[in-house]
Ligand binder design. Structure first.
Ligand code: PLP
Length: 405
């Protein structure tokens, strides 16, 4: 034990749990086992190769020295922020109060430091993307949850009302992280009715104290229902324009442009022009990472100026959305064959199958060479990393696990 390490930093697992499971799956494969690795968090083609969008790589190769080498402005290039916000809300003329961040993760972390005090909790859905808890812990904060709806069921308004009101009473303020549409890890989105109920609850709470709704947009380009995604964004825009709830978005180039390693994104509050909010965001950037990488910002600007590249990119997104939809369809058919519940995927890279003993079920699956990520509510399956032909093996293994776990 390194004595210099302060006591509160000495007992962490050596690796992120999802990366550790992925490493275990890869080691088994390297040792010659037949492995179905559904832990992967990046989009792979049916041959197991990382999907890298060709349109994006073509633009990347065009970048010149001055697109890459200089510092970007501390809060990010204003033109980049505008274009990124307009990818989500095309009619907005300004990004509002906004700054560039290293991916969506940077945006999430920065929101904690500006909207909550240490010791307080952010509200999100159960289940949620595991690193939310790590981000909160690193900021001396907790995570409170309210349930994500089960397939075909409405949002549990009573549970959400209770959670929001409890936090407002305890903290005098509420920050909600909402990974909708295309939720990780369920692969489903809120319905229009769910969004209306949630907006009502947030509006009600906003009469008692400051309420921030931060939309975590990681997977919007990969969906079976682009029109439904657009309708959801319109609903959130209407709530933001009302002004009682501060509505913002975490936007990332990781999945949307397959630029995971470029670490680029932004946090934006398009309906706020408050200079104090802008100054707080800029201060956080300077005190956390200074400036973000310039190259991905320059790339997005080149994309925005190139209609042909935009059309190619849209076609690539459509193709990979169809691949994911095929995988989800194959999984639902195989689950039905195994007399298990379908997953009802709508968008994103993941789905979750319910399990009463997820750790035990994960262990049973591993014994068969099938790797999934256990969550408190079930097992997360990366549609992004498996092929449709893997679905029967996965479903049959899930069936056996559900019988023995
Ligand atoms: C729900 C969700 N939010 C945010 C992120 C952040 O990704 P990045 O920091 O690479 O933009 C991810 C990545 O997996 C995610 O799944």
């Amino acid at each position: 034990m390194t004595a210099q390490l302060i006591p509160s930093r000495r007992a962490f697992p050596s690796d992120d749990p999802i990366f550790a499971l992925n490493a275990e799956a890869q080691a088994c494969k390297a040792a010659g086992a037949s492995v179905l690795n559904a832990t992967v968090g990046a989009l792979l083609d049916d041959g197991g190769q990382l999907v890298v969008l060709a349109t994006v790589m073509d633009l990347w190769r065009e970048l010149g020295a001055l697109d890459v080498a200089p510092y970007a402005p501390i809060a990010g290039d204003p033109a980049f922020l505008k274009v990124l916000v307009q990818r989500h809300w095309p009619t907005l003329a300004s990004p509002g109060a906004a700054c560039a961040t290293p991916g969506g993760s940077g945006a999430l972390g920065l929101s904690l430091r500006n909207f909550l005090e240490r010791g307080q909790s952010v509200l999100t859905t159960a289940p949620f993307w595991g690193p939310y808890a790590t981000l909160a812990a690193e900021n001396g904060m907790g995570v409170a949850t309210a349930p994500w709806p089960s397939p075909g069921r409405p949002l549990n308004a009573e549970a959400w009302h209770g959670a929001i009101q409890r936090l407002m009473k305890a903290q005098g303020r509420v920050l909600v992280w909402l990974n909708d549409p295309c939720h990780n890890p369920t692969g489903r989105s809120l319905s229009a009715a769910d969004r209306a109920v949630l907006a009502g609850l947030l509006r009600e709470a906003a009469a008692l104290g400051p309420v921030t709704l931060l939309l975590d947009f990681a997977y919007l380009d990969y969906t079976r229902e682009p029109a439904a995604v657009a309708a959801a964004l319109e609903d959130y825009a209407a709530l933001g324009a009302e002004g009682s709830v501060l509505v913002g978005a975490c936007m990332s180039l990781s999945k949307s442009l397959t630029l995971y390693g470029a670490r680029s994104g932004a946090i934006a509050f398009p309906w706020s022009t408050d200079p104090a909010l802008q100054a707080a965001l800029t201060q956080s950037c300077r005190g956390t990472w200074s400036n973000c990488a310039k190259a991905p910002q320059a790339l997005l600007l080149r994309l925005a100026a190139d209609g042909k590249a935009q059309a190619h990119l849209a076609a690539e997104h459509q193709h990979w959305s169809e691949v994911l939809a095929d995988r989800a369809r194959a999984l639902d058919a195989a689950l039905a064959e195994a007399r298990l519940e379908p997953v009802h995927w709508q968008g994103g890279f993941f789905v979750t199958v319910p399990s009463v003993k997820p750790d035990a079920a994960c262990g049973c699956l591993k014994a068969e060479g099938v790797f999934t990520v256990p969550l408190p509510e079930g097992l997360r399956i990366g549609l992004c990393g498996m092929k449709a032909a893997d679905a029967p093996r996965l479903a049959q293994a899930l069936r056996r696990a559900s019988q023995s776990a």
